[in-house]
Design a protein around this ligand. Structure first.
Ligand SMILES: [Zn+2]
Length: 381
């Protein structure tokens, strides 16, 4: 018989929920929210909505155990990236033990497994070791407004499991980032009299030298046990209009990856101070523009949620090691801002997320449903 999580996943894939950030034709999360609401109400669960952005609500489903216990949050986002060039993105297709469809892996596979677990909990709440809240959030694929709003509710969450494709590995750490642009101003002049101008590209070359030769090497000692060192990468450069004009502007964009223990805002402020001081010393006028700040995840390996996850995985003969990842997730917002110990766990590989042919392993979806169920029976805070 088909696992309940797969039946739910088929229906979730068929509902288009592209993040509106992707432009025309993107439906947003409204229909998925309605689907979750109906499914959970039918199961006798109490459902609440939290408006986040016009027409885009977080959905919160609560189930309390008969005896008081800590609250475990199961969280997954409802939005997907654009349909892209997938042939039939909204038609769930089984092939070779895989289920294809947009969002199958990122992250409707996790969401379906969590919903199947909630239906089971609704039938046997006495088997739970803790209270459970399933939180389905909006806007993960763009600006994380769903998870940030969810934190405002102030639910007494003791620990969170964020559903993202980890290939059923227990992820307790991942990097975050402090992205920024650096603008250098020069003075335009005709290239036949370059000494009358100030070349912004040449000045930027010195800024790049400072970032690469002084700042970047310092990061080797800023490390996380599971994720490795913090890093810095200069991703874009733009400057100059034409060959016979001394350029008056040059801009680079820099991606500074942060590790747990670092605060993205503080990292950016410190970089800004360093660059300003260096610019002052070297007569380079520069300006730092913040682009994206995101928290890193670093839940201690001896935290009860990590231990319970490892024990659960071991009992189910699933991978029980605790890992770090390089990509980000909502978990770092819950931990970094909300102080909620969080892990990331779900079926599917990040390699298939956002890809031209998105799919998830059928066996992994089933195993993830078993994992979420067992974990909620096991976890006691
Ligand atoms: Zn995702």
């Amino acid at each position: 018989m088909k696992h309940r999580a797969l039946a739910i996943l088929e229906q979730l894939i068929a509902i288009q929920s592209v993040n509106p950030h992707y432009g025309d034709g993107a439906a947003g999360e409204a229909e998925v929210a309605r689907y979750i609401e109906r499914l959970c109400e039918r199961a006798g669960l109490s459902v609440m909505r939290q408006p986040v952005i016009e027409g885009r609500d977080n959905v919160i489903v609560r189930l309390n155990t008969p005896r008081p216990g800590p609250l475990l949050m199961l969280e997954a986002h409802m939005d997907t990236v654009s349909l892209g060039s997938m042939q039939t993105p909204l038609v769930p297709v089984y092939r070779d033990g895989r289920l294809y469809g947009r969002g199958a892996c990122d992250t409707k596979g996790s969401l379906a497994a969590m919903l199947a677990a909630m239906e089971t909990f609704a039938r046997e709440p006495e088997a739970l070791g803790c209270d459970v809240a399933l939180c389905a959030t909006v806007d993960e694929e763009h600006a994380f407004r769903g998870p940030l709003k969810l934190l405002e509710l102030g639910l007494p969450v003791a620990a969170a499991v964020v559903g993202e494709p980890t290939g059923l590995r227990i992820v307790a750490a991942h990097k975050g980032c402090a992205r920024f642009a650096v603008h250098v101003r020069g003075k335009a002049a005709h290239s036949s009299v370059p000494h009358e101008g100030v070349n912004a590209i040449v000045r930027m070359a010195k800024v790049i030298g400072f970032l690469e030769d002084t700042i970047a090497p310092e990061l080797a000692s800023v490390r996380d046990e599971l994720c490795g060192p913090a890093t810095l990468s200069i991703g874009t450069i733009a400057g100059g209009k034409q060959i016979n004009i001394v350029p008056e502007r040059c801009t680079i964009e820099v991606d500074r990856r942060i590790v747990s223990g670092e605060n993205p805002g503080e990292v950016l402020a410190a970089l800004e101070r360093r660059l300003a001081a260096w610019g002052g010393e070297h007569g380079v006028k520069l300006e730092v523009e913040p682009l994206l700040l995101d928290w890193a995840l670093g839940t201690p390996q001896d935290d009860p949620i990590v231990r319970a996850a490892s024990d659960t995985a071991r009992r189910l003969a699933l991978p029980a090691d605790v890992c770090g990842e390089t990509y980000g997730s909502n978990a770092s917002k819950y931990q970094g801002i909300g102080g909620i110990p969080s892990i990331v766990y779900g079926p599917g590989s990040i390699a298939q997320a956002h890809s031209r042919e998105e799919w998830v392993s059928v066996a992994e979806v089933e195993a993830a449903a078993a994992f979420y169920m067992e974990l909620a029976r096991e976890y006691r805070g």
